[in-house]
Design a protein around this ligand. Structure first.
Ligand SMILES: [Zn+2]
Length: 219
């Protein structure tokens, strides 16, 4: 993975992820105060930690996370999301976890199948509404021996992220579909951060706990 042009600071509270590039360091204090005023849900603790640069270990899921990490940014269709995912999953050594809304990309399914075939523990959660349209990709996954779970607990299981080796997180607007690859305007972040990966793994595990394993004939 190539290093990012800057080291972003992530302040994460629930679903909010905010960047503050190094080039804006002199403005960080002002920026973070402004963020606090914009998002009432952002706790004073998060802002205090961001301002002081304090570190803390293994936060519980409900606590804010302060992360400084290299980030790869991919914009499609100018750049290939499939290529970036291939490079990310291709280096996986032990574990891949994926959560998808649209999962219609045969290329991404084959990347996951290849990882599974070389011994990586790969597991997937998908949204049930796209089950019919994901039949082809789901079959590639299941035939490779990848457990595919269906999350029906929400109006929409709209997450799109991949966690690799408890270290890398891929997320963004990019659905795992040919439209995202070739037609839509999408963005993708690949973040090298064990701290962030732990938070995403906790989320993945929570959704996995109420999901059902896709088994038998697909619709
Ligand atoms: Zn869920």
């Amino acid at each position: 993975m190539r290093a990012a042009a800057f080291s972003p600071v992530f302040i994460i509270e629930s679903s909010f992820v905010i960047f503050a590039p190094d080039s804006l360091a002199p403005l960080n204090r002002m920026l973070k105060l402004k963020i606090r005023s914009c998002f009432s849900g952002l706790s004073a603790l998060a802002v205090a930690l961001a301002m002081t640069g304090s570190a803390f270990a293994a936060p519980a899921p409900s606590e804010p996370v302060l992360v400084t990490a290299p980030v790869r940014v991919v914009f499609s269709p100018e750049e290939s999301g499939v290529k970036a995912i291939g490079e990310l999953v291709g280096r996986a050594q032990k574990e891949v976890r994926l959560s998808a809304f649209h999962f219609k990309s045969k290329a991404v399914a084959e990347i996951l199948a290849a990882a599974k075939n070389r011994g990586v523990d790969v597991q997937v959660i998908i949204d049930p509404k796209n089950l019919t349209s994901t039949k082809c990709t789901a079959q590639i996954l299941t035939q490779a021996g990848i457990p595919v779970y269906v999350d029906s607990e929400h109006r929409t299981a709209h997450n799109k992220y991949i966690i690799v080796d408890e270290r890398y997180v891929e997320t963004g607007s990019y659905n795992y579909s040919d439209h995202a690859e070739r037609k839509n305007a999408e963005n993708m972040l690949i973040i090298d951060s064990p701290e962030l990966a732990r938070r995403y793994l906790s989320n993945w595990d929570a959704h996995r706990a109420h999901s059902k394993l896709l088994a038998g004939a697909l619709p």
